[in-house]
Design a protein around this ligand. Structure first.
Ligand SMILES: NC(=O)c1ccc[n+]([C@@H]2O[C@H](COP(=O)([O-])OP(=O)(O)OC[C@H]3O[C@@H](n4cnc5c(N)ncnc54)[C@H](O)[C@@H]3O)[C@@H](O)[C@H]2O)c1
Length: 274
């Protein structure tokens, strides 16, 4: 059986194709026969059907980028992201959530029944279930400027931007899943555990290698970009036609280890605070 994932001839769009998981997913999609339209603020060297320079911090850049690709889009992969610490928290919020949402909303009219969206969140957003009302208040703000204003007015909640942005990807994905399925479109997100990508240097610098290593348990190693790309490709494929609104840990068992007492989260937090 060939083309079992159903990507041959499909038009897909992917953000963050310059490096890491996005680059790995773009390569995989090219190999699977998809017409891959890549976006990033850094030029990609991959043999894409098209590359458009898009800065996710800028709504006009997003709108122009999506319009430049045009036509029908079968699947969207939101892989771009910024880490915490090095970047301005508002930029982190824009790239990781506000821009991701803006781009997705621009792409949705180009999707028909059978369309699928895969977002990358993070185990770093696992606090989402503790503050759903706040996340819901934020993710249901319609407009770009109003979302930015909310962040400016709620700096104590936004903090360094990373955890809160990822919580919002998680909550928004679940919220949108219930709406988009009525149009035959699916949306899901993944929670990667520590992965060996260029972003890892920032995570080590900000959180400390000890804390990052602890989040790589019980697997005992970092995942590869390919190990993160393959589940994203599966989520948006014909093999997952009723998988929707799902928050999928891709973490070698980390999330499962928390409720079953195999992962000591409070010890991790104490290490982070030291
Ligand atoms: N690496 C990890 O351990 C890890 C763990 C959990 C979640 N994640 C998430 O995985 C996703 C992919 O990250 P990665 O680890 O592959 O890192 P990466 O740095 O290799 O990839 C991030 C990509 O986003 C692009 N990008 C950054 N700012 C942008 C902007 N303003 N406009 C357009 N593109 C922009 C970068 O150029 C790059 O191609 C991110 O959302 C990240 O938060 C990473």
């Amino acid at each position: 059986m060939s083309d079992i994932l159903g990507y041959a001839g499909k038009r897909v769009m992917i953000t963050g194709c310059f490096s890491g998981m996005g680059e790995a997913a773009a390569k995989l999609l090219i190999d699977l026969g998809a017409e891959v339209h890549g976006m990033d603020y850094k030029q990609s060297a991959l043999p894409l059907a098209s590359f458009t320079q898009v800065d996710l911090r800028d709504p006009a850049s997003i709108e122009a980028g999506v319009a430049a690709v045009g036509g029908k889009i079968d699947a969207l992969f939101n892989c771009a992201g910024l880490p915490n610490g090095t970047f301005d928290p508002l930029d982190v919020m824009k790239v990781n959530f506000i821009g991701l949402r803006h781009l997705t909303e621009a792409v949705l009219p180009m999707m028909g029944e059978g369309g699928a969206i895969a977002n990358i969140a993070s185990t770093g957003g696992l606090g989402w279930s503790r503050r759903i009302p706040t996340n819901m208040e934020f993710v249901t703000i319609k407009d770009w400027e109003a979302a930015v204003d909310w962040c400016e007015a709620n700096k104590d909640t936004v903090m360094e931007g990373y955890a809160f942005s990822k919580e919002n990807v998680i909550v928004w994905t679940q919220f949108m899943g219930a709406h988009l399925i009525k149009k035959g479109i699916r949306i899901n997100c993944t929670l990667p555990s520590p992965t060996q990508t260029p972003m890892m240097a920032d995570f080590h610098k900000i959180s400390g290698k000890d804390v990052v290593d602890a989040a790589a348990e019980p697997l005992g190693r970092y995942s590869t970009p390919y190990e993160q790309a393959a589940p994203l490709v599966w989520l948006n494929s014909d093999f997952a036609t009723i998988v929707n609104g799902v928050v999928l840990p891709v973490d070698g068992g980390f999330m499962g280890g928390i409720p079953t007492g195999q992962i000591d989260l409070s010890r991790m937090m104490r290490r982070a605070a030291d």
